[in-house]
Write a protein that binds this ligand. Structure first.
Ligand SMILES: [Zn+2]
Ligand SMILES: [Zn+2]
Length: 294
């Protein structure tokens, strides 16, 4: 199997597991009347949608440029991620508001219903499944040397931590007696707040990319270093960079000896292009403007 296919398979396994968890948790949360379990279900739903974006849109993003999209289709993935982030913010705020409503009712002396045991089972199954997914994905990620896969593994582990929080809240609400039923909405507020963070981490880079945010300083310095490493090329300036989905694009001015022939100058520019694509991938995009050295 090629590396791409292996990565695809690991993502697919995580996606199917997330989908099964979504179904199970929504049933457990609804039947068990647990706000915490429903909040955890929404989290799994957002994870599943993110997997779908990775599986579908990475394919679209990889589609080469055509007449209607000269820079390729990378931003389809970014737009999809932005929408997931926005939907998630709305869902997360809904969860927090609903949890806070129950908390306020409890503070005013109202008694809250105790969640059913099935809600607790939802959390326990989720902890086990997510920990297994963490182990599986981390092993694959290290074997494939893929940062994205390793990051996904850590996401699975953070999901299992979130489910542990749910299990404590739901378990406490069930077993500690009527006074502690408030633990369920408290857990849902915590999970909702964690979801806001997940959404934020999706939104910030997407908005940055859609507004043509420059690449980080360290990457720009690295690009300048590559350019200066070509003999005879000096004073690179006016570097402009941006991200287009999973590829990057750069424009830069360089200075060359004015007496150089066009053949030689073209060879210098091609050497920079080769270094650039060697470092940032074959579909990375660079335009070089040449000026005579003063
Ligand atoms: Zn998650
Ligand atoms: Zn210039």
């Amino acid at each position: 199997m090629t590396r791409e296919k292996e990565i695809y398979k690991v993502t697919l396994v995580g996606g199917v597991a997330n989908l099964l968890l979504v179904g199970f948790k929504f049933i457990a949360g609804t039947v068990g009347h647990s706000g915490a379990m429903l909040a955890d279900a929404v989290h799994s739903l957002s994870d599943f949608l993110t997997d779908v974006v990775v599986l579908i849109f990475v394919g679209i993003s990889a589609k080469p440029q055509d007449e209607s999209h000269d820079f390729g289709h990378g931003k389809f993935e970014t737009i999809a991620t932005l929408f997931i982030g926005l939907a998630l913010v709305a869902a997360a705020l809904g969860i927090v508001v609903s949890g806070a409503g129950k908390l306020a009712a409890w503070l005013q002396g109202e008694s809250l219903p105790s969640p059913g045991k099935i809600a607790l089972w939802g959390a326990l199954v989720s902890i086990v499944v997510k920990e297994l997914l963490y182990q599986y994905t981390a092993i694959k990620g290290r074997k494939l040397e893929s940062k994205a896969v390793v990051a996904n593994a850590w996401h699975h582990r953070s999901d299992s931590l979130s489910s542990i929080g749910c299990a404590i809240g739901i378990g406490g609400a069930i077993f500690l007696g009527d006074r502690w039923t408030v633990l369920d909405p408290l857990a849902s507020i915590v999970v909702g707040a964690m979801l806001v963070k997940v959404a934020w981490d999706l939104l910030v880079p997407s908005v940055g990319e859609l507004t043509e945010q420059s690449l980080p300083d360290s990457t720009e310095k690295e690009i300048m270093g590559l350019i200066e490493s070509v003999e005879g090329v000096c004073q690179p300036h006016n570097l402009r960079t941006r991200r287009i989905g999973n590829r990057i694009a750069a424009e830069v001015h360089i200075r060359l000896d004015g007496a150089m022939t066009l053949n030689e100058a073209h060879e210098k520019a091609s050497a920079i292009e080769r270094l650039f694509k060697g470092r940032f991938g074959n579909n990375a995009h660079i335009i070089i403007h040449m000026e005579p050295k003063k």
